[in-house]
Design a protein around this ligand. Structure first.
Ligand code: SF4
Length: 412
C-alpha cells in the first residue's frame, strides 16, 4: 500500500544551490577526419547509409544528404574487398563534388584484408569483437576451457595487430563496437550473456590495442534492450575508471525499431546515459530512412542542453485557465521563429502560472485576459497586445532587441 509522506514546509532554495549542469565524463579526444570525439567536444551525431558501396553515385549522394542535414560522421559497410576498394572512389568523388566527409567503415568477420584495404580510405574502422575472429558456435559444447579461450585470444591478437598498426601509423581511429546479440561463444561461456561479457569483450580488444601503443579508440556496447545497454555502458565506465582508461563512448540502442516507440526507446537509452555524463557520440538506429535519425539525435542533445541546434520552446500543456488556442498559437510562433537558433521562447496559456513557469525563456507570449496577450522579455512584461497581433508583435520585439535574423539568410 502506498503511504503518504508528511508534508514538509517548502523551502525556497537559492539558485546557486542547484547544479543543473551535466558533468560529462572526461575522455581523451579522438580525431575522426575533421571531427573530434571526446575530449570535452560537443557530442557528435552519426548515422549510416543503406547504399551498397559498389553503387558509387548512390553512396556519394547518400553520404552528402546525411552530412548536409547535420550527420557529422557517416558509416558505411564493406562486406567484400570490392566494397572496400570502392571507398577510394567514393572519398575522391565526395571531395570533388561536395567536401570531405568523415567516414567510418564497418568490417565484417574474418575480414583482415578487407579491413586493411578500407583503413586506407576511411577515417575510422569499426570492428565487432564478437565477430572479428569468427568461431562457429558448437551446439554440443558444455564448457570452454582456459586453454581454448587463450588459443582464440592469440588468434584475435594476430589478426588484429596489422589493422591496429595500420590505423596507428595513419593517425586514424577504431571503434570497438560490441553488440549484445553477437557476443562470441567464449565470452558467453566465460561471463554469460551479460553486460559483464560485453565489457570484457571490449577490454580484451582494448588491451591488444594498448600493447601496440594505439589509443585512438572509441567503444560502444549496444543492446536492443535498454536496461542491458545501460548496465553495459555503466559497467564499462566503472571498469575503465579502475583501469585508468579514458576512451570516449559511442552510444546507441540497436534494433530500436521505427516510429514513436523507436524514438522513445532510443531516447530512454541514449538520453539516460548522456544525463549521467556518459557518451561522446550517438547514433539513433531507426528502421527508417537514415535522414530520420538526425533530428532525433539533435532533439535528445538539445533537450539535455548538450547542444543547441534549434529554438527551445517552452509551452504549458494548457488547462481550463488557457486564454487562447495554445496549440495553434504555438504552431504560429514556431513557424515564425524556428530559424532563430539559440533563443528560448515560451508560449503560456495564462498570467497566473505562465510567467513563473517560463523557465527563464528569452521571450514569452502569455495569455493576459480574454482577447489579449502579454509579451515578455525574460521575466519583464514589455507590452500587452491584442491576440491577433501577438505573433507579429513578438517578432517586432525580437527585432527591436537586434536578435532577429531574416529566415532567407539562414542556411544559405
Ligand atoms: S500556464 Fe496557465 S493556462 Fe497554462 S497550464 Fe498553467 S495554469 Fe493552465
Amino acid at each position: 500500500m502506498q503511504t503518504l509522506e508528511t508534508p514538509k514546509t517548502p523551502k525556497i532554495i537559492s539558485q546557486p544551490d542547484f547544479d543543473t549542469t551535466i558533468h560529462r565524463r572526461k575522455t581523451r579526444p579522438v580525431k575522426v577526419g575533421n571531427i573530434t570525439i571526446g575530449g570535452g567536444f560537443p557530442v557528435v551525431v552519426q548515422s549510416m547509409i543503406n547504399e551498397d558501396t559498389l553503387d558509387i553515385e548512390g553512396s556519394v549522394a547518400a553520404i552528402r544528404r546525411l552530412h548536409e542535414i547535420g550527420c557529422e560522421i557517416v558509416r558505411v559497410t564493406v562486406p567484400s574487398m570490392g566494397h572496400a576498394k570502392a571507398l577510394a572512389t567514393i572519398k575522391e568523388k565526395l571531395a570533388q563534388v561536395y567536401q570531405p566527409v568523415p567516414l567510418v567503415a564497418d568490417v565484417h568477420h574474418n575480414g583482415l584484408n578487407i579491413a586493411l584495404e578500407v583503413a586506407k580510405h576511411v577515417d575510422k574502422v569499426r570492428i565487432n569483437p564478437g565477430l572479428y575472429v569468427f568461431e562457429k558456435p558448437r551446439a554440443t559444447r558444455t564448457e570452454y576451457s582456459q586453454e581454448e579461450f587463450e588459443k582464440i585470444g592469440d588468434k584475435i591478437r594476430q589478426t588484429l595487430e596489422p589493422l591496429v598498426i595500420s590505423l596507428r601509423d595513419q593517425g586514424k581511429a577504431m571503434r570497438i563496437g560490441v553488440n549484445h546479440g553477437s557476443l562470441a561463444e567464449r565470452m558467453l561461456f566465460t561471463y554469460g550473456d551479460t553486460p559483464e561479457g560485453m565489457v570484457e569483450s571490449a577490454l580484451e580488444f582494448i588491451h591488444i590495442c594498448e600493447s601496440l601503443d594505439f589509443y585512438n579508440l572509441i567503444v560502444s556496447l549496444k543492446a536492443s534492450r535498454v536496461p542491458v545497454m545501460l548496465a553495459a555502458y555503466r559497467l564499462m565506465v566503472k571498469r575503465m575508471d579502475e583501469l585508468g582508461m579514458d576512451y570516449p563512448l559511442h552510444l546507441g540502442v540497436t534494433e530500436a525499431g521505427d516510429g514513436e516507440y523507436g524514438r522513445i526507446k532510443s531516447t530512454a537509452g541514449i538520453g539516460t546515459l548522456l544525463a549521467e555524463g556518459i557518451g561522446d557520440t550517438i547514433r539513433v538506429s531507426l528502421t527508417e530512412a537514415p535522414e530520420k535519425e538526425i533530428p532525433v539525435c539533435y532533439s535528445i542533445l538539445q533537450a539535455l542542453g548538450l547542444r543547441k541546434t534549434m529554438v527551445e520552446y517552452v509551452a504549458c500543456p494548457s488547462c481550463g485557465r488557457t486564454l487562447f488556442n495554445l496549440e495553434e498559437v504555438l504552431h504560429q510562433v514556431r513557424e515564425a521563429t524556428k530559424h532563430l537558433t539559440g533563443l528560448d521562447i515560451a508560449v503560456m496559456g495564462c498570467i497566473v502560472n505562465g510567467p513563473g513557469e517560463m523557465a527563464d525563456a528569452d521571450y514569452g507570449y502569455v495569455g493576459k485576459q480574454a482577447g489579449y496577450i502579454a509579451l515578455y522579455r525574460g521575466r519583464e512584461e514589455i507590452k500587452r497586445v491584442h491576440e491577433e497581433q501577438g505573433v507579429e508583435e513578438l517578432i517586432n520585439l525580437i527585432k527591436a532587441d537586434g536578435r532577429w535574423v531574416d529566415p532567407s539568410s539562414v542556411g544559405s
